[in-house]
Write a protein that binds this ligand. Structure first.
Ligand code: UD1
Ligand code: MG
Length: 457
């Protein structure tokens, strides 16, 4: 039975923020949520989050998430003290595979595969996740015996010069048999340079109890980087975005520049997708085969069909687009935009809660809201569905093969029959019959003999 304990009580002073550190985001998601997602991949029986500074805000942010327990550590007397607070919440089974894995809430990117390797390295005993650094300053050092086995961990501040020369460091992540861990935690003291209860002291206690201590290393260095400041947050964000870009490239996506690519959610791409520079993908975005995204587009919770192109500076949110559509530049699709195959939506066109049928076009300067638009409809420049009377929203229905002339206002609720034509400048307040020209327009007159005024002397 696996428990995961996530340490998240620390202050995060260097963030210079009122927001608790673990609620600061990476790729659009709180750091603690990243850790929780990785932890859940291991199918733990329980996840215990140790909170302290900003406890209520952290609890609130994760309210109602299943299998999650919060314990408060107040005040904070060190990592060992933090795990001690979690002890009553730890679950135990038959003993054989009972283990507790300790993670840090401010080390957001540790990957499930690395954690699985750590659990394997444990065998029947405990294991620590270690790393070899060119500059180990500040970290706890891994002291190994002549046999190469881990003996203990010494904190930088407590280390001798010889120990400080060790370049294998403690990442902070470890796992141990739950029952033993409880015993060891009860035995640690705070007789050290920082006057804290060190979780790392359980390593020596394990060795003294003849419980073997294994070690594993993360697959990538960025997995164990912690965030203590905005600078480190920004650096880790770039590293993670670079990693996400690398994964897309490996999967066959072309990125005009992997350094100018941001995914804050999940991006799923088909074959031969092209993405230009400066795009942001949020929520769940799915791009089918052959989709092309122009520069500086924002796509949030969007599905695009195969062969669809989105041109520069378009903003798509909660929208679905079928195959071979042409969107933008400067198009805006808002929630409920549902575009058929081979549709065209051009510059400064805003579409909300509207179905645009196959082959229909709105190429310039239009607002289409709360509308049902059929196939092969042409929406002229400057067309507006007047869907809102200041109190209620009403629906505009435009049937197949309609031609809407430029600068038309459709005052909803209103229906335009199949094959109808609306003359330019029409303000439509009643339904327009099928197959006919409807136009509302003052008759054009020319005044004979009219003269321009001249300046009075
Ligand atoms: C710890 C390790 C050190 C390791 C380093 C890796 C100990 C004694 N030392 O040192 O060996 O190299 O991490 O970054 O464990 N926390 C609490 N309550 C507390 C203290 C800390 O929840 O009372 C949390 C912090 O919020 C943080 C994590 O534990 O998420 C680590 O705390 P931090 O103070 O950064 O530990 P270090 O002294 O850096
Ligand atoms: Mg630290």
């Amino acid at each position: 039975m696996l428990n995961v304990v996530i340490l998240a009580a620390g202050l995060g002073k260097r963030m210079q923020s009122d927001l608790p550190k673990v609620l600061h985001t990476l790729a659009g998601k709180p750091m603690l949520a990243h850790v929780l997602d990785s932890a859940r991949q291991l199918d733990p029986a329980r996840i215990v989050v140790v909170i302290g500074h900003g406890a209520e805000r952290v609890r609130e942010a994760f309210q109602g998430e299943p299998g999650l327990e919060f314990v408060v550590q107040q005040p904070q007397h060190g990592t060992g003290h933090a795990v001690q607070q979690a002890v009553p919440a730890l679950l135990e089974g038959d003993g054989a595979d009972d283990a507790t894995l300790v993670l840090y809430g401010d080390v957001p990117l540790v990957q499930p595969d690395t954690l699985r390797n750590l659990l394997v390295a444990r065998g029947p005993g405990m294991a620590v996740l270690t790393e070899t650094l060119t500059d180990p300053t500040g970290y706890g050092r891994i002291v190994r015996g002549n046999d190469g086995q881990v003996q203990r961990i010494v904190e930088h501040k407590d280390a001798s010069d010889a120990e400080r020369a060790i370049d294998e460091v403690n990442t902070g992540i470890l796992c141990a048999p739950t029952a033993k861990l409880k015993q060891w935690l009860a035995r640690i003291d705070n007789n050290n340079a920082q006057g804290e209860y060190y979780l790392t002291d359980v390593v020596a206690l394990s060795v003294a109890d003849s419980v073997p201590v294994g070690a594993a290393q993360p697959a990538a260095g960025w997995e164990t980087l912690g965030v203590n400041s905005r600078v480190q947050q920004a650096e880790l964000e770039r590293r993670w975005q670079h990693e996400q870009a690398r994964r897309q490239l490996e999967a066959g996506v072309t990125l005009a520049d992997p350094a100018r690519f941001d995914v804050r959610g999940t991006l799923t791409c088909g074959r031969d997708v092209f993405i230009d520079v400066g795009c942001v993908f949020e929520g769940n975005v799915t791009l089918a085969d052959g989709v092309r995204i122009g520069p500086h587009c924002v796509l949030r919770d969007v599905t695009l069909g195969r062969g669809t192109h989105v041109e520069a500076f378009s903003h798509l949110h909660d929208a679905r687009v079928d195959r071979d559509a042409r969107i933008g530049p400067y198009a805006r699709l808002r929630p409920g935009a549902d575009l058929g195959a081979e549709t065209h939506v051009g510059n400064f066109v805003e579409i909300k809660k509207t179905r645009l049928g196959d082959g229909s076009k709105a190429n310039h300067l239009a607002y289409l809201g709360d509308a049902q638009i059929g196939a092969r409809v042409n929406i002229g420049a400057g067309t507006i569905t007047c869907n809102y009377d200041g109190v209620n929203k009403s629906v505009t229905v435009i049937e197949d093969d309609v031609f809407v002339g430029s600068d038309t206002q459709l005052v909803a609720p209103v229906t335009v029959g199949r094959g109808a034509t609306l003359g330019a400048g029409t303000t439509l307040t009643r339904d327009a019959p099928a197959d006919k020209l409807t136009v509302s327009r003052a008759k054009q007159v020319t005044i004979e003999g009219w003269r321009r005024p001249v300046k009075k002397s």
